[in-house]
Design a binder for this molecule. Structure first.
Ligand SMILES: *[C@@H]1O[C@H](CO)[C@@H](O)[C@H](O)[C@H]1NC(C)=O
Ligand SMILES: *[C@@H]1O[C@H](CO)[C@@H](O)[C@H](O)[C@H]1NC(C)=O
Ligand SMILES: *[C@@H]1O[C@H](CO)[C@@H](O)[C@H](O)[C@H]1NC(C)=O
Ligand SMILES: *[C@@H]1O[C@H](CO)[C@@H](O)[C@H](O)[C@H]1NC(C)=O
Ligand SMILES: *[C@@H]1O[C@H](CO)[C@@H](O)[C@H](O)[C@H]1NC(C)=O
Ligand SMILES: *[C@@H]1O[C@H](CO)[C@@H](O)[C@H](O)[C@H]1NC(C)=O
Length: 382
């Protein structure tokens, strides 16, 4: 090849390589507001322009206009650290084209949100991508859904998808339990005095029984000493591992109480011992929550589910409901509105938050798997 031809090729290559600025300018009808926000964000701009292989989930002008007059916008305006965290959460570590998500029911992907004031998830707070009938939706904190409007806009450092709603940074465990009305679990954590330590721990998986599950064993758990109650609650926590449902294909996990829990996938549902997961993968600042229809009993680790029954026998022999109603809720003095969040919260009808075709161990994208494996010490696969 002659030198002049080579130079021509190189020049052509440069012309073809679109920069982020090129895309934001070309798509100004949908991205001009984000473009303006980004000009003042040196840290995020430098990640977006210099890192190799990133994905920007770019909120459209409409998505950002929805924030007008909101307390979120006020916080973004007055708190530069929050703005940086917010924008970092919109950047995925890895180049993910829409085609990477189309054949997975749900994939959990790491983001650049790793500021400790906003996330205690090692390797960056996660976001979940779900595919439904050819469309991709990203699920962030408090069940917020962001739909992809335009996709695979490639540039020098990766790719960009336009989303119709901003992502929500996952809130604390406490805020999430309040927002979702899981007041018995929150009250139990308060009575045992372990609420704040659990909120501050890094990388946790928390199994949270519904209020109905606590009611079903109210006569026993309400009468427990703090020590006994702590043991029961610790049996619901896996520390140091964030077990998104895709990572659970069976096997066991060691809990903070010291005994293990058993995972089973039966008849399209995921079970922890004999309790069914009725809402999976609720992201919180320090890990993930899965909601259960039963309270786990550390003295009954062999409890097994009856997959054909619509509800499970409690794992506590002889337990009954109490006339006093839902246990532990008296510990919660603040109002427990279920509409704290502005975004749609998860619902807790059995299976509702799970893929419509039934719970199934998702096939992982190779890239996601690698990224996740590097952040997860031990994965309880069989
Ligand atoms: C925003 O708030 C201001 C002052 O409270 C009010 O006058 C204005 O109508 C609001 N705008 C929208 C779009 O809600
Ligand atoms: C993360 O942990 C640190 C240290 O325990 C704590 O100061 C910080 O508030 C935690 N962040 C969140 C979002 O809870
Ligand atoms: C799936 O998408 C196609 C094309 O967009 C549409 O015609 C069809 O009604 C959708 N099906 C469901 C179940 O939403
Ligand atoms: C961006 O790159 C991906 C992977 O190479 C490709 O599938 C997609 O079509 C590209 N997008 C555009 C708009 O060309
Ligand atoms: C699975 O559960 C459904 C109800 O949710 C039930 O009708 C069906 O018989 C169950 N199948 C098996 C194999 O247990
Ligand atoms: C263990 O759990 C099963 C339900 O899975 C229940 O029938 C049994 O009574 C429980 N045993 C004890 C000792 O609590």
């Amino acid at each position: 090849m002659r030198l002049s031809q080579l130079i021509l090729l190189l020049v052509a290559g440069l012309v073809w390589a679109q920069t982020l600025e090129d895309i934001l300018t070309a798509e100004s009808a949908t991205l001009s507001t984000l473009n303006a926000w980004l000009t003042s964000e040196q840290l995020v701009l430098s990640i977006l322009s210099n890192a190799q292989g990133v994905t920007l989930l770019a909120p459209s002008n409409n998505a950002l206009n929805q924030l007008y007059n909101s307390s979120l916008l006020t916080q973004l305006t007055v708190d530069p650290n929050f703005l940086t965290a917010f924008l970092s959460y919109h950047v995925l570590s890895g180049e993910f084209f829409v085609s990477n998500f189309l054949n997975t029911q749900a994939a959990t992907v790491p983001t650049f949100l790793n500021q400790r004031a906003y996330s205690n998830v090692t390797g960056g707070q996660k976001i979940q991508a779900r595919s439904n009938n050819g469309t991709i939706t990203f699920i962030s904190g408090n069940g917020a859904q962001s739909n992809v409007e335009a996709y695979d806009l490639n540039y020098t450092s990766g790719t960009l998808h336009v989303i119709d709603t901003v992502l929500t940074i996952p809130g604390s465990l406490t805020d999430t339990l309040v927002a979702d009305g899981l007041t018995a679990a929150l009250g139990a954590l308060r009575r045992a005095g372990i609420e704040s330590v659990l909120n501050l721990a890094s990388d946790v998986t928390v199994f949270v029984p519904t209020n109905g599950a606590f009611s079903a064993v109210g006569s026993l758990v309400d009468a427990m000493t703090v020590e006994q109650l702590t043991a029961v609650l610790d049996y619901h926590v896996v520390q140091g591992k964030v077990l998104y449902s895709q990572l659970i294909a069976g096997g066991t996990a060691l809990t903070a109480q010291g005994a293990t829990v058993n995972f089973r996938v039966m008849n399209g549902s995921l079970f922890v011992n004999s309790a069914r997961v009725v809402a999976a993968d609720i992201l919180v600042a320090n890990g993930v929550v899965h909601v259960l229809d039963g309270v786990l009993n550390p003295d009954n680790t062999t409890a097994t589910p009856n997959p054909t029954a619509s509800s499970q026998e409690p794992a506590f022999n002889g337990a009954t409901t109490t006339v006093a109603g839902v246990p532990f809720t008296s510990e919660i003095v603040t109002a427990t509105s279920t509409s704290v969040a502005t975004s749609p919260g998860p619902t807790f009808t059995p299976q509702a938050a799970l893929p419509s075709s039934g719970w199934e161990c998702a096939r992982w994208l190779d890239e996601v798997d690698e990224l996740m494996l590097s952040h997860t010490l031990e994965i309880p696969h069989n």
